[in-house]
Design a protein around this ligand. Structure first.
Ligand code: AGP
Length: 605
């Protein structure tokens, strides 16, 4: 939800902080600030509303620097987008940045009488006031005492006056990684701000006081015992986190999908059939499973809907797809015979993490389909299928969705073979079809100019509808989200057969409807539903398989995917939807990579 950077070392810190905030800006970009400890021990704080560029421009005119500092780029939760609400917050001898939500901040204000000393509306400043009240010259004792009173999620990066040679960190749920390098110590909300300095890092363990010095990092648990973290190695390069000639990141990441899917599938094929041993998943892990429970948010949840449509008809077990924020407060009817699959690009989405913990309480084993290595969700799951998509910087998820789908195909193929539903040869053919979808995505990308034309009507629309049946309905959900989140056009996805039960009242002359008819078993019914909207003046963009015979005048534009098997139309179809959303956003002159109000990882409820 927010991005935090901290550095202690021999280099000048101001530019390290500003550069790091640029790398982290996709996590939140409402406002940004830095705090730098001068060589005299004084703490200099600069803040600016707006993107990190505003802070950079502001700081470029100022003559301050040091070797210790912290920085923060904000996604507003408590309090509006104002300079006062921008981190870092300073209360007395404590200056800090925070990512997360302090749920009991109001009761802390009342219990400690902080009202008069607060200048912002944030929960973070309340936490700073509490740290300051508890600070009697011993930062570690102060941290222990303060976190005991805090409720909620947090990653704090703290500077204590009088301790000018170090920065402190303590976290609960919200992510933070750290690295001790030849050129000082660094911490950040995620690897994108660390990788330029080191490929070796560790995840700061929860409830562990972490102290960064210029030449080492100390970690202590809440009892003061030394903690030794697991050192991890970054599995992608800096280049991957750059634009690589594409502008913006979203277009690059859309084009990376074929390669990302190959990176996901290839390491998991032995003689052309799925094998998860390299992922540390026991061969019989899924054998006794009687039901699957998917828990995820947003695009990841829509990937789960496709997973349901891929697995259920083949394996003949129920696959329930749950919105994580609902599931975590529900009474799940799951047990040890249920496999819970949590899906998450970031591996830090707090609702999905809470759903994971809920499922484990019910006795269900948890498999994570996750992209970020060492993320909280990955670490708390029983099994992990890393999606190997590489860093995804654009807020709108594209390649990370595709590799989530690829993972569900692999799971379906694997379970079918293990249960004798498919022979080894049939499983190999199933995987070969999956591999062919990669070529189909490339076909869509090679013909993207046709899609660019399709968006003319959409970009001027107030509303847009996506309709489909079966798997096509699952694609509709993802397509409408993509369009909404980067073009700000109101878009809704509807099961095509459901439209006439009310929503069709909204269809009038020129309203764009993106209609899917890639599923043979419901093709004629889908065509009937499309006739219904066409008859009411809709501007219809129809997506079918390339061999589909379509009726005269059924649509205004016909886009096809070169796939024969209904079960495999998803990946190229969604590539079309991603490009529709992308070109619509670009045609409206919007910030495709950093859409308003959004952040890459939602680490607050
Ligand atoms: C997708 O484009 C959105 N940015 C959002 O729906 C996202 O999929 C959702 O927040 C889940 O994120 P996660 O995959 O990191 O858990």
């Amino acid at each position: 939800m927010c991005g935090i950077i901290g550095y202690v070392g021999p280099s000048k810190v101001k530019n390290i902080l500003l550069q790091g905030l640029s790398q982290l800006e996709y996590r939140g970009y409402d406002s940004a600030g830095i705090a730098v400890v001068g060589d005299d021990g004084s703490i200099h704080v600069e803040k600016q509303v707006g993107q990190v560029k505003n802070l950079k421009d502001h700081c470029s005119t100022m003559d301050f620097d040091g070797h210790v500092g912290i920085g923060h780029t904000r996604w507003a939760t408590h309090g509006g987008v104002t300079r006062e609400n921008t981190h870092p917050h300073k209360q007395g001898k404590v200056t800090l940045c925070h990512n997360g939500i302090i749920e009991n901040y109001q009761s802390i204000i009342t219990a400690h009488g902080f009202e008069s000393q607060l200048v912002s509306e944030t929960d973070t400043e309340v936490a700073a006031a509490l740290f300051n009240e508890n600070f009697n010259g011993d930062p570690e004792e102060c941290i222990r005492k303060t976190v005991n009173e805090l409720e909620g999620s947090y990653a704090f990066c703290i500077i204590f006056e009088g301790f000018a040679d170090r920065i402190y960190c303590v976290r609960n749920v919200s992510p933070m990684v750290a690295s001790s390098t030849k050129n000082g110590s660094l911490l950040a909300s995620d690897l994108t701000a660390v990788i330029r300095y080191s490929r070796r890092y560790f995840v700061i363990p929860e409830y562990t006081i972490t102290v960064l010095y210029d030449d080492h990092i100390d970690l202590f648990d809440m009892d003061g015992n030394t903690v030794t973290p697991d050192i991890l190695e970054v599995n992608w390069d800096m280049e991957s986190a750059q634009k690589g000639g594409y502008d913006p990141f979203m277009l690059k990441e859309i084009h990376e999908q074929p390669e990302a899917i190959r990176k996901n599938i290839t390491p998991r094929l032995v003689n052309g059939i799925p094998n998860f041993e390299a992922d540390g998943i026991p061969a019989d892990a899924f054998d006794h499973i009687k039901a699957i429970n998917v828990v995820a948010c947003g695009t990841a949840m829509y990937a789960g809907m496709v997973g349901k449509a891929i697995i259920e008809p083949v394996i003949k077990i129920p696959v329930q797809v749950n919105i994580a924020s609902e599931f975590r407060y529900s009474t799940p009817l799951i047990d040890s015979d249920t496999l819970t699959i949590v899906v998450s690009q970031s591996g830090e989405t707090i609702d999905t993490l809470a759903g994971l913990r809920k499922a484990k309480e019910c006795g269900s084993k948890v498999l994570a389909i996750v992209n970020v290595k060492g993320s909280t969700i990955a670490r708390e799951s029983d099994y992990v299928l890393y999606t190997h998509a590489g860093p995804e910087i654009a807020v709108a998820i594209t390649k990370a969705y595709s590799v989530q789908l690829a993972s569900f195909y692999l799971i379906s193929g694997y379970m079918a073979m293990r249960r004798g539903i498919k022979t080894v040869e049939e499983t190999r053919e199933f995987i070969e079809k999956l591999d062919k979808t990669i070529d189909a995505i490339s076909y869509v990308l090679d013909n993207k100019d046709i899609i660019k034309k399709a968006v003319k009507k959409i970009s001027v629309a107030r509303d847009c509808y996506f309709i489909g049946r079966g798997l096509d309905y699952a694609f509709s959900m993802e397509g409408s989200l993509k369009l909404k989140e980067i073009s700000y056009i109101h878009a809704e996805a509807y099961a095509a057969g459901e439209l006439k039960h009310g929503t069709i009242a909204l269809i009038e002359e020129g309203v764009p409807v993106i209609a899917f008819a890639t599923q043979d078993y419901v093709y004629n019914k889908s065509i009937s539903n499309i006739r219904e909207v066409k008859a009411r003046g809709a501007y219809v963009i129809l997506i079918t398989k390339e061999n589909a015979v379509i009726p005269e005048d059924i649509c205004d534009m016909h886009l096809t995917v070169p796939i024969k098997d209904d079960l495999f139309t998803g990946l190229p179809t969604v590539a079309i939807l991603q490009l529709i959303a992308y070109y619509t956003s670009v045609s409206k002159g919007l910030n495709v990579d950093k859409p308003r109000n959004l952040a890459k990882a939602v680490t607050v409820e």
